[in-house]
Ligand binder design. Structure first.
Ligand SMILES: Nc1ncnc2c1ncn2[C@@H]1O[C@H](COP(=O)(O)OP(=O)(O)OP(=O)(O)O)[C@@H](O)[C@H]1O
Length: 955
């Protein structure tokens, strides 16, 4: 097949302008249509430059559209079996990582737990996750048996690091080695494949897994902040997906399964930015500058490789950088390659943009010869590995034996050693795969062999049946042909006879109608001679025909008989054998046993067996039921206990309540007593006070009276004294005066008695007041006593109403409830018991019924078996009868044919005789011996109405 060279495809993606860029002038870089970029030079006297690419993506192109248009077609080629490469090239901060992965840390947001990756909710996700997702979707839809392995490395400062390794191992740079591969294209010489020694290749089962690995490996990637990009990639990253597609073919003859594998690789390369050291703001002699110069060196080498390839200019300097060495096959090799150039349309970056566009214009001219990787027998792969290993081992041996030591560098030697151990591992893995596949294959083969055995038997049976059917059809055809022939001959005979009769009639008419006797006689004679000749000829012809038919029939009959005999014998034998075997088995079983007795015994055994089963089952059920009954009783008891405990606790609580109530009552009683005492004391006090006050009053009154009387008497005395003094003094007082004094004296006495009266009134009033007060106090006291009594009554009524009565009611209610509950429990127990017993009865009855049914079925089965046996015998007899009938029918058919022939012969003879022609000797049918003592006549002749004797093989 002639290979077609194709140009590397180059697409350009322009990112949106940053805020700083927007604030500057942005006129020079212009994107036209979908594939043209025009760059207007600063200098007025220069012409604009126009670049054309496979596609130019505008700044507002979405990630999804970009992927669909630029990367998805490459994926389709990859699945077809092409090795493919996609790499991004462009100035720092122009959107390479964005195109490949998405914005910084955006990929970390991809929910890997989800069954499917939801890019609708993560629209900025870049091409790699989309490739992975679409790859699995396509493979799953196409139901391809496949394996996907991924590796992720970075080229940093001209060293290769495994991004899928953990921290420690990640620090160790990996080595490159080359492997010979024989080209499918015979025109080409053996090629070399560039491989990374010891690189981690992970077998992944889902896109989610790959995303997880990318998330992990991206964290390992070297990123730093530069003036141009906050997260600038300081290394070239190569994410490789290896797709192994398996297919199997089954050899139709040997049923051997051969496995083929097709291996294709897809490199997704995110290059570090093409640096302008001044713009990216790295300090001289700093680590960043070192990085930048290494990045530039590898990109420069990439440029030189591109130039050499485009100009077809001799040696291609792939080996001058690790990057070009790894991408060797993608540049001018057999890979389908697409370069994504990322640019900024800002005037500030015009120089870098022009560089990128120039670089890409050259790259666009590179021609690759993509070829679909061939399907290889997995054994061949293994063989190749083994032979390579062998070759390397031999090389090693030779080198060891060579004088002067080793001819390769120790590093190379080590590489070879590691390569060998690597290959050994791969071989081991492949061997394990082969072993498991072989055992799988053996299983399949076994199944196939079994199937083919069955198929063969079925085919034989089918062939046999087809042959039988064919034979029958042929037999029928032969018979039909013979019958047709017979009919033809008969028709011809009739015709000839009619012709002859017509001829004779004509002759007779001529004889009797014509007087010319002589001529008539002559003519007649001639006619007779002619007729006789004709007849003779005809007779001979007929005779030969008859003989022929007879011979044919005899032969056919022999054949038929043999076939039939063979068929019947085989069929009979096989059927007989089968039936005999069955009969023997039956006979052996039934030998010397009276069937009825056996039947009875059998049914008794069965009944016993069933009874046993029933008993055991009944026992089991009973036990189970009793257990559950016991369980329920236990439960009830337990609940009863709980209830009793509750009751007890309730009683306790009640007692406590009653106690506390009693305590309240006692307290109240005590209070009441206290109150009574207090009342009594109060009353006593009142009495005392009353007494005291009445005494006081009396004493007061007494003292008042005494005082008064004392005062009075003193007054009187003093008055008297005064009067006497006066009298004495006034001895000389005139009588008038005396009388005046007397009047005064009388007035005074009157006044005194008035005073006394008044005093008596007052004292009477006081007494009355005292009595009133006493009465009021008595009334109050009585009211107090009444109040106390009513209080007492109220308290006792309250106690009665609020404590005694409710407590008694509660106690009544509780005891009533306990009673009801007890009754319920008894009722429940009885119900359960009845139910369980009913269940037991029902189950027992069911079991008994089932057992009876089973017995009836077994007995009927037994009867059926006996019936089968009888049917078998009957069938045998029928077969025998059928065979006899078939033989008889065949005999009858043949005999009828023979009869026909015989009558035909006879008729011919009679005709001959009547015509007075020479007699045709009738050849009687000779009995033909068919072997087995059977002869034609026995079969077809006299005995043909009787059934033929049973063939010996049936006896
Ligand atoms: N097409 C785009 N749409 C929106 N933002 C973009 C686009 N391309 C790039 N960016 C943004 O521009 C910035 C730089 O992009 P990115 O890191 O991908 O550049 P780079 O070319 O990989 O740079 P370096 O070579 O330094 O790693 C990022 O913040 C990124 O999100």
């Amino acid at each position: 097949m002639e290979q077609k060279s194709v140009n590397i495809s180059v697409v350009v993606r322009s990112r949106p302008l940053t805020k700083t860029e927007q604030s500057r002038s942005n006129n020079q870089v212009r994107l036209h249509d979908n594939s043209v970029i025009e760059v207007i030079p600063k200098a007025q006297n220069q012409y604009p430059k126009v670049y054309q690419f496979d596609k130019v993506f505008q700044p507002d192109t979405t990630q999804a559209d970009f992927y669909e248009s630029a990367v998805s077609p490459i994926l389709k080629d990859f699945i077809q079996g092409y090795n493919c490469s996609v790499f991004t090239y462009g100035q720092t901060g122009s959107g390479k990582s964005y195109s490949m992965y998405g914005p910084d840390s955006y990929l970390d947001q991809v929910q890997v737990k989800n069954a499917t990756l939801n890019f609708e909710s993560l629209p900025l996700v870049g091409a790699i996750p989309r490739v992975v997702d679409e790859l699995f979707r396509i493979l799953q839809v196409q139901q391809i048996d496949f394996q996907v392995r991924v590796s992720h490395v970075e080229v940093y400062n001209e060293d290769i690091y495994d991004l899928l390794q953990d921290d420690q191992q990640f620090k160790e740079p990996l080595k490159i080695y080359e492997e010979r591969v024989s080209s499918q294209n015979s025109a080409q010489t053996a090629n070399r494949k560039v491989l990374i020694q010891g690189v981690t290749e992970i077998l992944v089962k889902s896109p989610q897994e790959i995303i997880q690995f990318i998330q992990k490996s991206n964290q390992n990637r070297r990123i730093a902040e530069t003036k141009m990009n906050e997260h600038s990639s300081r290394s070239h990253s190569i994410f490789t997906i290896q797709l192994i597609q398996k297919s199997t073919e089954i050899n139709q003859q040997s049923f051997q399964e051969t496995e083929f594998v097709k291996i294709s690789k897809l490199n997704l390369v995110d290059l570090a930015g093409s640096e302008s050291i001044s713009k990216s703001g790295v300090e001289a002699q700093s680590l960043r500058q070192q990085e930048a110069s290494k990045i530039n060196k590898s990109l420069l080498t990439l440029g030189r490789v591109i130039n050499t390839l485009v100009e077809n200019n001799g040696h291609i300097p792939y080996r001058e950088s690790k990057l070009t060495r790894l991408l060797q096959d993608s540049l001018g090799g057999k890979t389908k390659t697409c370069i994504i150039a990322t640019i900024s349309t800002s005037d500030y970056n015009v120089e870098e943009t022009v560089n990128t566009l120039e670089y890409m214009t050259r790259a666009k001219k590179i021609k690759n010869m993509p070829e679909i990787t061939q399907r290889v027998n997995s054994k061949t792969v293994l063989k190749e590995y083994s032979s390579e290993l062998k070759r390397l081992k031999e090389l090693l041996e030779i080198q060891k034996e060579q004088q002067g030591g080793v001819f390769i560098s120790s590093e190379e030697y080590q590489q070879y050693e590691e390569f060998i151990s690597n290959r050994n591992d791969q071989i081991k893995e492949l061997e394990t795969q082969i072993t498991s596949l072989t055992s799988e294959m053996d299983n399949v083969r076994q199944v196939l062999e079994q199937q083919s055995g069955k198929y063969k038997v079925l085919k034989q049976e089918l062939n046999f049946a087809t042959n039988q059917y064919q034979n029958r059809i042929e037999d029928m055809q032969v018979f039909q042909e013979k019958i047709d022939l017979g009919k033809q001959v008969e028709q011809q005979n009739i015709k000839t006879m009619q012709e002859m009769k017509a001829g004779i009639k004509q002759s007779i008419t001529q004889i009797f109608g014509d007087n010319n006797l002589q001529s008539v006689q002559k003519d007649f004679k001639e006619q007779i001679i002619q007729s006789s000749t004709l007849l003779q000829n005809y007779q001979q012809f007929m005779l030969s025909q008859v003989n022929q038919i007879q011979a044919q029939i005899t032969q056919d009959l022999n054949q038929q008989r043999n076939n039939l005999q063979l068929y019947l014998s085989e069929e009979f034998d096989s059927r007989l054998n089968k039936v005999a075997v069955q009969c023997d088995q039956f006979t052996a079983q039934l030998a010397n046993i009276d069937i009825k007795q056996r039947q009875q015994q059998y049914s008794a055994n069965i009944s016993q067996f069933i009874q046993q089963i029933i008993n055991t089952q009944v026992q089991e059920i009973q036990t189970a039921v009793l257990d559950s009954y016991q369980q329920q009783i236990d439960n009830i008891k337990a609940s009863q206990n709980v209830y009793v405990t509750e009751q007890f606790e309730f009683k306790n609580v009640l007692n406590q309540v009653v106690d506390s109530l009693l305590r309240v009552q006692t307290a109240q009683n005590a209070q009441f007593v206290q109150q009574q005492q207090a009342l009594r004391q109060l009353q006593d006090k009142l009495d005392q006070q009353q007494q005291q006050s009445s005494q006081n009053i009396l004493e007061y009154v007494k003292s008042a009276l005494q005082q008064h009387s004392t005062q009075q008497s003193s007054l009187v005395t003093s008055a008297m004294t005064q009067m006497s003094a006066e009298q004495a003094k006034l001895g000389s007082v005139t009588a008038t005066e005396a009388s005046n004094t007397k009047q005064e004296q009388t007035a005074f006495v009157q006044k005194m008695s008035q005073n006394q009266k008044q005093f008596m009134q007052i004292s009477e009033q006081s007494k009355q007041q005292l009595v009133d007060a006493q009465n009021t106090l008595a009334v109050q006291l009585q009211a107090l006593v009444d109040k106390h009594t009513s209080l007492q009554q109220h308290v006792s009524t309250q106690f009665e109403n609020t404590v005694s009565k409710p407590v008694n009611q509660l106690l009544d209610l509780t005891s009533q409830k306990i009673l009801t509950h007890k009754q319920d429990i008894v009722q429940f127990k009885n119900d359960q018991k009845t139910q369980i017993l009913a269940q037991v009865d029902k189950t027992g009855a069911n079991l008994k019924q089932n057992a009876e049914k089973g017995t009836v079925q077994i007995i009927s089965g037994f009867k059926k078996q006996i019936q089968y046996k009888e049917n078998g015998f009957e069938m045998l007899q029928n077969i025998e009868k059928e065979c006899q009938k078939a033989l008889q029918q065949i005999g009858e058919q043949v005999s009828t044919k023979m009869d026909d022939l015989y009558y035909f012969q006879l008729n011919s003879q009679l005709m001959n005789q009547s015509m007075k022609t020479p007699k045709i000797p009738h050849t009687p049918l000779q009995p033909v011996d068919f072997g087995n003592g059977l002869q034609t006549q026995q079969i077809f002749g006299v005995n043909r109405k009787q059934a033929p004797a049973t063939p010996s093989f049936l006896k």
